[in-house]
Design a protein around this ligand. Structure first.
Ligand code: HEM
Length: 500
C-alpha cells in the first residue's frame, strides 16, 4: 500500500497548521477563561458572522421571548459582532440594574448620529447624570405630580373631549386627537407651547415624528451593521429621519432664541426657563456654559419631547382600544368615575387613590402593550458577573419587558385583558405585582414616570367620564403591534357616544 508523504512546504498544509495552532490557542484561552468562571449565559443557535440576527423577524421581542421560554431568565446571543445579554425576569433585571456598571448605553450608530452625545437617553458621564437629575428636579419644581401641571393636562383633556364631541358620534381614528393633546401637555411642560389641532402643520409635524419612531429600534440593521449606511436605499431612509429630527431641532432652537430676549422678566414656568437660567449661571461662573450649552438644550428638550409624547400617546391608544373592546371593564371604570368624580367637575389626580379599578385598567394596558418591549438597551461599562455568568465589557444588555409582562408562569392567561390582576382579592386596593416594571428600574429608570402617570390617568378618565367608546369590529380588530422604538397599535376606528 502506498503511503502518501506530505510535502512539508505545501501551502495548504501550512494553512491548516496555522489554523490548527490558532484554534489550539483559542481553546486554551477559553478554557482558562472558564476556569475563572468566565462563562457566558447559554445561547440560541447562531450563524457565523450574523449570530442570531436572521431569526429576529419584524418583531424582535417575539423572537427574544421564544428563546426566553427555552433558555430561561438570562441568555446571551450575538447580533452581528455584538454580544447581547437578554434578561427575562423582573428579579434578575433588579439584580442587574442595581449594578452601576450595567447603566451604560451602547454605542449605537443611529443614536450617535442623531443625538451626538447630547440629551439624556444616550448620554454618558456628567452630561447624563447632571441632566437626568436636572430633569427630575425641574419637573418636580414645575409641579409634576401636583396642581400646576394637573391644570395643564386637564385643559388638554377637555379640549380632546371637545374634539371628540364635535364628531357627533361619527367613527374616528384617535391618533391625531391623542397625539395633539399629549404633545401639547409635554410641550407645555418643556416650552410653554401648545399644538393647534385645526392647524394642518401640527399633523404634518407629528407624521414626520411618527416616521422617526417607526424607523429606529435597537435591533435595526444600521445599529448592528453601521457599514450598511452606504447602501443607497438605507441611506435615503435614514436621511429622511435625520431631516425630520433636524426640523424638530430648528423649532426647539427658535424657542431659546425667542426666550433669551425676555428671560429676565419671566418667572420660571417651564423646562426652557430653568435650563436657560442654569446656562446663564454657568456663563457667569466660567465665562461660557460647560454642561448647559445651547446644543445640549436642543438635544435634551427634543428628546424629552419626542420620548414623552410618543410613549404616552401609544399607551393611550392601547388603553382606548382595550376599553373599546371590553364593555364590562369600561362600565366598571365609568361606575368609579360617576361615584368618585361625578359629572360636574373634571377628574383630578388625587381621585386615582379612590379609583383602583381605573388605575388597574391603565396598568393592565401597560402590561399587555409593553410599549418599550426591550426597554432601551444598557451596556456593560466593565467586565462583570450576573447570576454566576460572565458579562463582558461593552456587551449590550436587553431587559426583555415584553417577556416579563407576558410570562405565563407569572401571569395566568397572559394575553387576556384583566385589570383585576392589579387588585386585592376584595377589589378595593390597587396591588403592584413584583413582575410589573413598565418604567424600568435603577439608575436609568424613566424620569418622565410621574408626568406620564398623571397624563394617562387624567386624559383616560376625562374621556370615559364623557363618552361610551366602542371599537369597530371588536372581535376582528388586529391587536398585533406596529414596531419601532415603541410598539404602537395598528389603526382602528372608535365610536364615541356622549354619556349624559
Ligand atoms: C407611558 C409612558 C412611558 C413609559 C412606559 C416609559 C418607559 C421608559 C423606559 C422603559 C425607559 C428605559 C429605562 C432603562 O433604560 O432602564 C425610559 C427611559 C426614559 N424616559 Fe420614559 N417612559 C414613558 C414616558 C416618558 C416621559 C413622559 C418622558 C419625559 C417627558 C420620558 C423620558 C425618558 C427619558 C429621558 C429616558 C432615559 C433615561 C436615562 O437614560 O437615564 N419618558 N422610559
Amino acid at each position: 500500500m502506498a503511503v502518501i508523504v506530505p510535502d512539508v512546504w505545501n501551502p495548504t498544509l501550512i494553512y491548516f497548521l496555522v489554523v490548527f495552532a490558532l484554534y489550539a490557542v483559542w481553546t486554551k484561552w477559553t478554557a482558562s477563561s472558564s476556569s475563572k468562571n468566565r462563562k457566558l449565559p447559554p445561547s440560541p443557535f447562531q450563524f457565523p458572522l450574523l449570530g442570531s440576527l436572521p431569526f429576529l423577524g419584524s418583531l424582535p421581542h417575539e423572537a427574544f421571548s421564544r428563546w426566553a421560554k427555552k433558555l430561561g431568565k438570562i441568555y446571551s446571543c450575538r447580533l452581528g459582532g455584538k454580544t447581547v445579554i437578554v434578561l427575562n425576569d423582573a428579579d434578575m433585571i433588579r439584580e442587574a440594574l442595581a449594578q452601576p456598571v450595567l447603566s451604560g448605553r451602547p454605542h449605537m450608530y443611529t443614536a450617535e448620529v442623531t443625538a451626538k452625545g447630547h440629551g439624556i437617553s444616550f448620554a454618558s458621564d456628567d452630561t447624563w447624570s447632571i441632566h437626568r437629575r436636572f430633569a427630575f428636579k425641574t419637573f418636580r419644581a414645575l409641579g409634576v405630580g401636583q396642581g400646576k401641571i394637573e391644570e395643564l393636562i386637564q385643559e388638554e383633556a377637555e379640549k380632546m373631549a371637545g374634539s371628540i364631541a364635535s364628531l357627533n358620534g361619527e367613527k374616528f381614528c384617535n391618533n391625531n386627537i391623542i397625539r395633539t393633546s399629549v404633545g401639547s401637555v409635554i410641550a407645555g411642560v418643556l416650552f410653554g407651547e401648545r399644538f393647534d389641532f385645526d392647524d394642518p402643520s401640527t399633523h404634518a409635524f407629528f407624521d414626520k415624528m411618527n416616521a422617526v419612531f417607526r424607523f429606529f429600534g435597537p435591533c435595526g440593521v444600521l445599529n448592528i451593521f453601521p457599514v450598511l449606511r452606504f447602501i443607497p436605499a438605507i441611506a435615503a431612509n435614514f436621511k429622511k429621519v435625520i431631516e425630520a429630527l433636524e426640523g424638530a431641532a430648528k423649532f426647539i432652537d427658535s424657542i431659546i432664541k425667542d426666550r433669551d430676549d425676555c428671560l429676565d422678566t419671566r418667572t420660571v414656568s417651564d423646562y426652557t426657563d430653568a435650563f436657560l437660567n442654569a446656562r446663564n449661571k454657568e456663563k457667569e461662573l466660567y465665562g461660557k456654559p460647560k454642561l448647559f450649552t445651547d446644543q445640549q438644550y436642543v438635544g435634551a428638550a427634543r428628546e424629552l419631547f419626542l420620548t414623552g409624547y410618543d410613549t404616552t400617546t401609544s399607551t393611550l391608544r392601547w388603553a382606548f382600544l382595550h376599553i373599546g373592546k371590553n364593555a364590562e371593564a369600561q362600565a366598571k371604570i365609568q361606575q368609579e368615575v360617576d361615584e368618585v368624580v361625578g359629572s360636574g367637575r373634571l377628574p383630578n389626580y388625587a381621585d386615582a387613590k379612590a379609583m383602583p379599578f381605573t388605575s388597574a385598567a391603565i396598568y393592565e394596558t401597560q402590561r399587555l402593550a409593553s410599549i418599550a418591549p426591550l426597554s432601551i438597551p444598557h451596556r456593560a461599562i466593565q467586565d462583570t458577573e450576573l447570576s454566576g455568568y460572565f458579562i463582558p465589557k461593552d456587551a449590550w444588555v436587553f431587559t426583555n419587558m415584553w417577556y416579563v409582562h407576558h410570562d405565563e408562569s407569572k401571569w395566568q392567561d397572559a394575553d387576556a385583558f384583566r385589570p383585576e390582576r392589579f387588585l386585592s382579592a376584595d377589589g378595593k386596593e390597587l396591588v403592584l405585582p413584583n413582575d410589573f416594571i413598565p418604567y424600568s428600574i435603577g439608575k436609568r429608570s424613566c424620569p418622565g414616570e410621574t408626568l406620564a402617570k398623571m397624563a394617562l390617568f387624567l386624559i383616560f378618565t376625562t374621556i370615559l367620564q364623557r363618552f361610551k367608546l366602542t371599537v369597530e369590529n371588536p372581535e376582528g380588530v388586529d391587536m398585533s403591534p406596529v414596531n419601532g422604538i415603541t410598539l404602537d397599535t395598528k389603526e382602528y376606528l372608535l365610536t364615541a357616544v356622549p354619556r349624559n
